[in-house]
Design a protein around this ligand. Structure first.
Ligand code: CUA
Length: 313
């Protein structure tokens, strides 16, 4: 489905993509033409006027040539003004969502994405959207600067703490596309990945309806949330160390804390570590977990605790 992109650009999967690419290729070909022209002339003249034995003639200075000077001022001026106008128009377009755009709230934290829908659904890592409909993202960060980037949509915008920024797009084909964080934001920056899942309108509505617990057990729902809420980014479930301690065998273990004391990892400890992560820091790990999980609904917290309990040895 769709094109696979070119050597320079990934496939085009949004309405903006073609316009951004035209601008890119305009700048690209101008650069190629000037590069070849300037370097070509330089090589040609270096060869043509090379020093020959027996020739000691020093050329006369060239007289002023007004037309040439005007040309190298006016032509580049026209070109850069053209690039500016083109780019500025595209920038404005990217910032002005149509009034009927579907609103989604984006929260960035080190180092994960979270997407919240008008019906209360909140999900990490995966941004689900309908095809052929304008989607408006209102974005903010819980900590440092991040930047939201979907190459296939040619959409990129900074995500700041204490301030909302917004961007919009209209996906033109069903499929899955990468989300990158494109502002260096610390140790986990390169792992701050996500996916846009573009559905048909009907599939999207079905997904939105079924995005809660449904008939899953708390353990099963907790496992889904473990991925959706990005716990997976820092906490493994197979014993391997990450940014944070592994969850494998956590329940019932005696955790060695940074202040030298230890604590039995029971339900209360696990719940508190989710909602108030900096209260007790496990020895050997940085206090890197955001406090944002305190806002999860109670049944989701219960499900996460149940899932972590199920990972006991
Ligand atoms: Cu977030 Cu880089």
């Amino acid at each position: 489905m769709g094109d696979k992109g070119t050597f320079w650009m990934p496939e085009q999967a949004s309405k903006m993509a073609a316009e951004i690419d035209s601008l890119f290729y305009f700048v690209f070909w101008i650069s190629v033409i000037f590069f070849v022209g300037v370097i070509g002339a330089m090589i040609y003249f270096a060869w043509k006027y090379r020093h020959r034995p027996g020739e000691e003639h020093i050329p006369d200075p060239l007289p002023e040539h007004k037309a040439t000077e005007a040309a190298w001022i006016v032509i580049p001026l026209i070109l850069v003004l053209l690039i500016f106008t083109w780019g500025f128009k595209a920038f404005l377009k990217l910032n002005m969502p149509p009034p009927n755009a579907y609103p989604i709230q984006v929260r960035a934290s080190s180092w994960a994405w979270n997407f919240a829908y008008p019906n209360g659904t909140s999900i990490g890592t995966e941004l689900h959207v309908p095809v052929g409909r304008a989607v408006k993202l209102t974005m903010s960060s819980d900590d440092v600067l991040h930047s939201f980037f979907v190459p296939a949509f040619r959409v990129k915008f900074d995500v700041l703490p204490n301030r909302y920024t917004s961007v919009w797009f209209e996906a033109t084909q069903v499929g899955e596309y990468d989300i990158f964080c494109t502002e260096y934001c610390g140790t986990g920056h390169s792992g701050m990945l996500g996916k846009v899942v573009v559905h048909t309108e009907k599939e999207f509505n079905e997904w939105l309806q079924s995005s809660g617990q449904g008939d899953m057990t708390p353990e099963e729902y907790g496992q889904v949330l473990y991925t959706q809420q990005n716990c997976i980014v820092c906490h493994s479930v197979d014993g391997s160390p990450g940014v944070g301690p592994t969850l494998q065998g956590l329940y019932g273990r005696n955790e060695q804390l940074q202040d030298g004391s230890s604590v039995l990892a029971d339900e209360n400890y696990i719940l508190q570590s989710i909602v108030e992560p900096n209260f007790q820091i496990v020895s050997g790990y940085p206090p890197a977990m955001p406090a944002t999980y305190a806002t999860l609904p109670a049944e989701q917290l219960d499900a996460l605790v149940a899932y972590i309990k199920s990972l006991a040895n």
